[in-house]
Design a protein around this ligand. Structure first.
Ligand code: ATP
Ligand code: MG
Length: 438
């Protein structure tokens, strides 16, 4: 694997080159950010190791360039002068790890190995709302305990699992837990959002395609089911596939073979299938919109995730955990008060845990004096439910104030900020233009 090392100190640079080459890496080393940025425009590096203070530009500039060029790139920053601020900036910029100098070579090697693995499986590439370290599922209501029991029982079997639940109830989280608790945990977990891919491309996405088999297929493409060989394929939004594809998927589940588009022969794959939907599949079957034979195959083990309003006791656990996490992530001191908690518990949560998570992120940053009380909660609820209401002068000012705070907390990341504020990115740009322009 190719590594780029950016380090102005010749002693450290040479040591890293010798050591990492002995470990079997192909090391390219440069001594200035200028050379680093130039290399990055020319080639892709899965892993970049950069000193933080190099010259007029810093490792953060290298980080930004590397991630812009290849979002899956894992960047390890090192510095002898790390502060809270630099570590925060590195983390916000998407650095993979931050290593304090002087370091043991083994520490560096361990980080490089983890970075290599992360760069090879860039599931979280791009923007998702799941950029928090994924710990366990939170919730101890009886309904959730039933879910945990089912997960514990089925994880280590080969059984096909169908997860049903409203949006934001944690279906993907459950799918990952099943995979992580199974014997397949060390093998790939490959998620496919069936609703986000046009029906005409879904076949090549899942089964693969040979070069030239359709317009735009300029190279062979490995399908998700093959990529998940040995591991788990997660078919998300399965209720949205058309009847033609339902047929193909059924055949796959019966035969466990994939034939890439344009290929003459099929190959066997060993994949565990977990699927999920927020639609009522049983009802779609009754209405004749979903094949019943496919439904029964997918639904060998059903898991139903209850909506948050049916387990209000979990709201407290979730809210406290999210405040804790976002306090850590953004360096805040948010505190949930009694009245704030009550307001959260009374709310209906149409967007379930995802909505609660976003709201706690927003409140952690924005609550006045860090107090997440009833007034702060009600304000957050009303601003997520009617996002585009025309604002009066003073409201506009409060709004700009909030935008500034959130941008500061997210290190200027606009798409992240828009998410936290519950507005579209376009809208945020428009609002920012208004202050910059006038
Ligand atoms: N019980 C839980 N504990 C902690 N975090 C949770 C829990 N349930 C959901 N989340 C978090 O809420 C967010 C949404 O969860 P997830 O993506 O799994 O939902 P989903 O059911 O797949 O939603 P959709 O139908 O919209 O795709 C994620 O950030 C996830 O980590
Ligand atoms: Mg989902």
């Amino acid at each position: 694997m190719r590594l780029l090392v950016v380090e102005d100190d010749p002693a450290v640079r040479e040591t890293l080159i010798t050591f990492l080459e002995c470990e079997g890496y192909e090391v390219e080393a440069v001594s200035s950010t200028h050379e680093a940025l130039e290399r990055l425009t020319r080639g892709e590096y899965p892993v970049v190791i950069s000193d933080l203070y190099v010259d007029q530009k810093t490792g953060l500039d290298v980080l930004t360039a590397a991630r812009a060029q290849n979002p899956a790139c894992a960047v390890i920053l090192m510095s002898g002068r790390g502060t809270m601020e630099t570590v925060m900036a590195a983390t916000r910029g998407g650095a993979f790890d931050y290593i304090a100098k002087p370091f043991e070579l083994d520490t560096m090697l361990e980080a490089v190995k983890r970075a290599e693995a992360a760069a090879a499986a860039p599931e979280e590439a791009g923007e998702g709302d799941d950029d928090m370290p994924q710990t366990e599922m939170i919730g101890s209501s009886p309904l959730m305990v039933d879910v945990y029991k089912t997960i514990a029982k089925v994880a280590d079997t080969e059984a096909t699992v169908l997860i049903q639940g409203e949006t934001g109830t944690g279906k993907e989280l459950v799918a990952r837990m099943i995979h992580n608790q199974s014997k397949r945990a060390a093998e790939p977990f490959v998620a496919v959002d069936c609703a986000a891919i046009s029906p005409s491309l879904l076949e090549s996405e899942l089964f693969g395609a040979l070069k030239g088999s359709y317009t735009g297929a300029d190279r062979d493409r490995v399908g998700a089911l093959e990529a998940a060989h040995g591991g788990t394929a997660f078919l998300d939004e399965i209720g949205d596939i058309d009847s033609n594809f339902q047929m193909r998927l059924l055949r796959f589940l019966q035969e466990r073979e994939v034939r890439p588009v344009g290929a003459a022969r099929a190959k066997k794959v060993d994949v565990r299938v977990v699927s999920a939907t927020n639609r009522d599949l049983g009802k779609l079957v009754e209405e004749g919109k979903f094949r019943s034979d496919l439904f029964f195959r997918l639904n060998a083990i059903p898991i139903r995730l209850p909506p948050l309003r049916d387990r209000r006791g979990d709201v407290e656990l979730l809210a406290r955990e999210f405040v804790k996490r976002y306090n850590g992530k953004y360096g805040m001191r948010g505190e949930l008060t009694k009245s704030g908690l009550r307001a959260l518990q009374e709310y209906a949560w149409p967007g379930n845990v995802r909505q609660l998570q976003h709201m706690m992120e927003r409140l952690t940053i924005l609550a006045p004096q860090y107090r997440i009380d009833e007034a702060a909660v009600l304000e957050a609820v009303s601003s997520t439910t009617n996002r585009e209401t025309p604002t009066t002068e003073t409201l506009a000012e409060t709004e700009m104030d909030q935008i500034r705070k959130v941008l500061a907390a997210t290190g200027g990341n606009k798409s992240r900020a828009a998410k936290i504020l519950g507005i579209e990115r376009k809208t945020l740009y428009r609002k920012l233009e208004r202050i910059d322009g006038g």
